[in-house]
Design a protein around this ligand. Sequence first.
Ligand code: RIB
Length: 320
Amino acid sequence: MSLEVRPVRTQNGVAILGVFVADLVFSADRLPIPGETLKGAGFQIGPGGKGSNQAVAAARAGADVSFITRLGQDTFGAMARKLWSGDGIAAHVTETDTPTGAAFVHVNSVSGENAIIIVPGAAAELSADDIDAAEAVIAGSKVFVTQLEQPVAAAQRGLEIARAHGVTTVFNPAPAESIPDAVYPLCDFIVPNEAETSALTGFPVASLDDARRAGDVLLSRGVGVALITLGERGALFHARDRSVLTPAWQAGQVVDTTGAGDAFIGSFAAALASGEDPLEAVGFGCAAAGLSVTRRGAAHAMPYLRDILGLRGAGPPALP
Ligand code: RIB
């Protein structure tokens, strides 16, 4: 006999499956070449991991957030728990003997651009069985979000469960890797950046026309909306009936772009869960991303609801 799951939805619940890692952030005006030692301008350790960053962004944007992951029993795992408890995030964690992961993050001290190597550690062991164990958490949410820092089989299972319970699905295919064809029709929103879009479709995404062409490819594979983030140009909402570019917000000097995509996705999901129209939610996400790049770090740079509303209240961004 199968157990009937009766989801009790919170008003604005967002369930996120993903990875926490400690970001080891090195600031320098360029990356060293092989064989070279370069003196940097700064170093910090802080909380990162795309899923965890998105969870913090969604919580600060006003959502009730549940985060599903695996952690090691170590200092970085303790860093994660402290972060989530500070932001009111309900953690659904399996602990393992494998260490919590880490990321090398290079931040260009001149442009604020980043380059990242991630080792997901304990979260690389997330399996479809772990996700089955969290079915009630996903079923009780209004929006489900996942990425690809944990194995694709776990992401796919999460999307299947969400879809089976009528939960809106947001899939961030990052870092880029090939995904089974069956994943696309499970996505109400697929949210890749330019590089990820290019990896998924097989052609460069340099212009808005390229992004629209890539959006058509993703729609033909079965996604509901291709929401392609275009860095400083903003985000393209590409659906069967409309294709709309929302410009990026300039909220101050750009010091660190790490986690800007996570700020966008977490706050977009929070806005969707609160019942916002999807295009309004994109504008909300763009404002959050614009604020995040004016602050250093990943999770610590996620803006609060009052800051996002304050920026939006100042008026719409100029069209590019
Ligand atoms: O999206 C930014 C994040 O990607 C960083 O925090 C790093 O941990 C990597 O996961």
